[in-house]
Design a protein around this ligand. Structure first.
Ligand code: C2O
Ligand code: CU
Ligand code: CU
Length: 495
């Protein structure tokens, strides 16, 4: 069996062939591996993010030493009859993540967790992005139903110094979406360094339900990170497990004071690799939403699996816990955020037994197969044995039709590299999970999804209806270390 280190090096090598400076830097410090030398080996330099990857005294933060912030909601620069208009700069910034240390980050508006955009169903938003980096970049709103030229196509970059306005119609129900970089070959590094934030849509489907709102509706961006002893971020593609510091809204394992009442938490896994297996120390969480918004009905859970890019909305009722209790949202390798029950509060909110009905599925016109696996060359990651090629369209889809896609993870435990997890994200649509290895999806996967985890050897069937204007959109593994290394394809909507 080839070892994991070699596989990750392969991912890095493949990305190097396409020019990722991020992984170039890591590649330059990697040890030679047995067998074929991945392309680009030895070309160090570039962006320099990972240049310290081998000298790793790591800054360790004490858990629960800092309070979890809530990312501020961005105010529009203008409200017109047509849209709410925002301005966002993509720029380098020194931010504070670990207490007393400065972290060089790549940000939206200088904030390590970007400002939150709060949109409303049916009311368009226009965002003018200005790229203040020294290289091209683009921005994608993950989960949004948008036209192709506003989607942040990975090859269509905003040049350094230039601005571009994207229009988001928000013609979809309420949902917890997020925005992040989508620059091909750079998305893993850019997102890792801070280009991530919430884009929330409030929908009429939620009005009147009386779910916890206002200060009791809290988005929490969860991710992992690996720091050097000065607080700098290390991106070592060969050791994702070294990203052992968990951040909640950009702070290391913080605490968050809560009142004895219900809260709605919108959890997002913005990591580029790690799958979080979350629990609240056995306490109940009521899942009310997934990627595309509210579930048909609430689901009581004590554990939640959240793969990169996925969202889960949960209601936690702290009235079930005494004043002074501390409940920790953790994953097996450590705590993420601790909720400290500190005060009483009135609670007019509720979680109704029915949240949002799911419309019946239209009849599909066809089925397609997508195999996720290391490429036959063993130098990259691939979908149906093909690496990303912007000049190739992998699926031509007639506008308005519904299709079933079967996604199969062929990186099984007995494959040359051992089992590798993948997940699958499609732009433009929210889909439904039909089954997982022939069995009905878990209740938390019954609603609208845009990203789905596919474990080694698993096969997941989804159904999507491709309404929208003609154009090209990507789909890819949202372990972004895999998408930078080839695991991305594209669909084209035709009239
Ligand atoms: Cu979250 Cu193609 O992206
Ligand atoms: Cu997306
Ligand atoms: Cu993958």
């Amino acid at each position: 069996m080839l070892d994991r280190r070699r596989l990750l090096a392969i991912g890095a090598g493949a990305a190097v062939a396409g020019g990722t400076a991020a992984v170039v830097a890591a590649r330059g410090t990697a040890e030679p591996v047995a067998g074929k030398t991945p392309p680009g080996h030895g070309h160090g330099g570039g962006h320099g993010l990972a240049k310290n990857a081998r000298m790793s005294p790591v800054a360790a933060a004490t858990p629960f030493a800092v309070r979890m912030p809530v990312p501020p909601v961005l105010a529009p620069v203008r409200r017109t009859a047509e849209a709410d208009e925002y301005e966002i700069s993509v720029k380098n910034a020194d931010v504070n993540v670990l207490p007393g240390m400065t972290t060089a980050a790549i940000t939206f508006n200088g904030q390590f967790v970007a400002p939150t955009i709060r949109a409303r169903s049916g009311r368009p938003v226009k965002i003018r992005y200005t790229n203040r980096l020294d290289h091209g970049a683009t921005v994608h709103v993950h989960g949004a139903h948008v036209s192709a030229d506003n989607d942040g196509y990975p090859m269509d970059l905003i040049a350094p110094g230039a601005s571009r306005t994207f229009t988001y119609p928000n013609s979809q129900p309420g949902a917890t979406l997020w925005y992040h970089d989508h620059t091909h070959h750079w998305e893993a590094e850019h997102v890792y360094k801070g280009m991530h934030g919430f884009y929330l849509i409030d929908g009429p489907d939620e009005y009147g339900l009386n779910l916890p709102s206002g200060a009791y509706d809290v988005p929490i961006l969860i991710r992992d990170a690996h720091f050097d002893d000065k607080g700098g971020l290390i991106l070592d593609v060969e050791r994702p497990e070294a990203r052992s510091t968990f951040l909640a809204n950009g702070k290391p394992q913080p605490y968050f004071p809560v009142a004895r009442r219900k809260y709605r938490f919108r959890l997002l896994n913005a990591s580029i690799h790690r799958i979080f297996e979350l629990d609240l120390g056995g306490a109940e969480m009521v899942q009310i939403g997934s990627d595309g918004g509210l579930l048909p009905e609430p689901v009581k859970v004590t554990k939640l699996t959240l793969a990169p890019g996925e969202r889960a909305e949960v209601v936690v009722d702290f009235a079930k816990h005494a004043l002074g209790s501390k409940l920790t949202l953790s994953e097996p390798s450590g705590p993420v955020v601790r909720f400290d029950v500190e005060r009483e509060a009135v609670d007019p909110s509720r979680v109704p037994a029915r949240l949002r009905p799911l419309p019946p599925l239209p009849s599909p016109v066809r089925t397609r197969e997508f195999k996720l696996a290391v490429a036959p060359s063993m130098m990259a990651y691939a979908i149906n044995d093909l690496e990303w090629d912007p000049n190739r369209v992998d699926a031509v889809i007639k506008e308005g039709t519904s299709e079933i896609w079967r996604i199969y993870n062929a990186d099984t435990v007995d494959s040359p590299f051992g089992g590798i997890d993948h997940n699958f994200h499609v732009h433009l649509v929210q889909f439904r999970v039909l089954d997982r290895d022939g069995k009905p999806p878990a209740p938390g996967e019954e609603g609208w999804k845009d990203t789905v985890l596919v474990r080694p050897g698993e096969s997941v069937r989804i159904q999507a209806t491709f309404k929208g204007s003609p154009g090209k959109y990507v789909y890819h593994c949202h372990l972004q270390e895999h998408s930078v290394a080839g695991m991305m394809g594209q669909l084209e909507i035709t009239p």
